[in-house]
Design a protein around this ligand. Structure first.
Ligand code: RIB
Length: 346
């Protein structure tokens, strides 16, 4: 396999000049640079990232860990990070944890052996990232946390304004006249689920509306959980006339439950989700949802990480990206005759 010495010989330059051209470590006059690159092409030289990494104790790899590769929200975050990483000469290695913190630890331990420049992590359930990140920091690798934050995290973060997004969605339902609302949250140990529940409760509190604890249901952020918890809510008396789902996957499960129960959405019951996945537009009824800008979150996380790798030693950054409420077919005023303060139809 060709090496730098052979390149130097063919190009008629020093080994140091070859190294400067290939590593971009110093300016080289154009005629010399051209001769080096011609020799590289002639020899079909491929620099060894691992060899370069061992020399620098760092490779151009960025590890990215996500909790659920089947949820379309996360690939959007990955794409945003990857676009920035590639633009700056870094390569992303993607790991999925299935929301399992022991799998997250396995990925963290393995990624460390590749001498990454840094990590972008969307923590799993019960993540121990705070402890694990310390060893990365000691080795000079940056770690940025996205979307939900592990216990005692004090590093860089990029999140959406979950609380305000949920507050907006709940207020919209209240303005439609709903008074018997319910929420199906994600796992309440996750900060994003906590913040969405907080926004939901704040909107109700401001309108002096109280709901029983049974109208606050918790499940995993997936369709199966949304389906099961919606069937439970539909058996309650009074039946809720509107459900705020902690994410779109939960909302898709709710739509299936409405159909099984013979209920029309929104004529009999309204629904709002969170994430505004592409499927929200295509499902029937089209789903009203809080748009969470996954691509921008990934983009911002990668920019923060690369700045850290390049020497930014300032205080921890906390980027909070605004959400936006997208209203579609799944919301209407409460059905006539429901006990929402409206006279039953004669
Ligand atoms: O992990 C599930 C949810 O967390 C996603 O749907 C998205 O809302 C993220 O915040």
């Amino acid at each position: 396999m060709a090496n730098m010495k052979e390149i130097a010989k063919i190009a008629g330059v020093s080994l140091g000049t070859v190294s400067h051209v290939l590593n971009g470590s110093a300016a080289v006059r154009e005629p010399l640079r051209k001769r080096v690159m011609e020799a590289v092409d002639a020899l079909g030289y491929q620099p060894s990232q691992l060899a370069r990494g061992l020399r620098r104790d760092k490779t151009n790899m960025i590890g990215m860990i996500i909790p659920d590769v089947t949820n379309p929200f996360f690939p959007a975050v990955v794409r945003g990070a990857e676009d920035v990483a590639f633009e700056h000469g870094y390569r992303l290695v993607l790991c999925n944890t299935d929301n399992d913190h022991s799998k997250e630890i396995a990925h963290l331990n393995e990624l460390r052996t590749y001498l990454p420049s840094g990590l972008i992590v969307i923590p799993s359930n019960f993540s121990d990232l705070t402890t694990q990140a310390e060893s990365y920091r000691r080795s000079g690798a940056a770690v940025v946390c996205v979307d939900r934050l592990p216990k005692d995290w004090n590093g860089d973060t990029v999140t959406a304004d979950n609380e305000h997004g949920a507050y907006d969605a709940t207020n919209y339902l209240l303005r439609q006249g709903h008074r018997h609302l319910a929420i199906i949250t994600g796992p309440r140990h996750l900060t994003n689920a906590q913040q969405r529940l907080k926004g939901f409760k704040r909107a109700l509190h401001e309108k002096k509306i109280s709901i029983g604890p049974e109208y606050i249901q918790e499940t995993s952020f997936d369709q199966q959980g949304g389906h099961a918890k919606t069937l439970l809510l539909l058996r309650m008396i009074p039946r809720p006339t509107a459900i705020f789902a902690g994410n779109d996957m939960i909302a898709f499960g709710a739509i299936l439950a409405f159909r099984e129960a013979g209920l029309r959405c929104p004529e009999d019951i309204s629904l709002i989700g969170f994430d505004n996945l592409d499927m929200a537009e295509m499902c029937s009824p089209s789903l009203s949802s809080v748009s969470q800008p996954g691509y921008q979150m990934g983009n911002a996380a990668a920019r923060i990480l690369i700045d850290r790798v390049r020497g930014d030693a300032g205080p921890a950054k906390h980027v909070v990206i605004e959400t936006a409420l997208k209203i579609r077919e799944s919301v209407a005023p409460p059905p006539a005759g429901s006990s929402n303060g409206r006279r039953p139809a004669r």
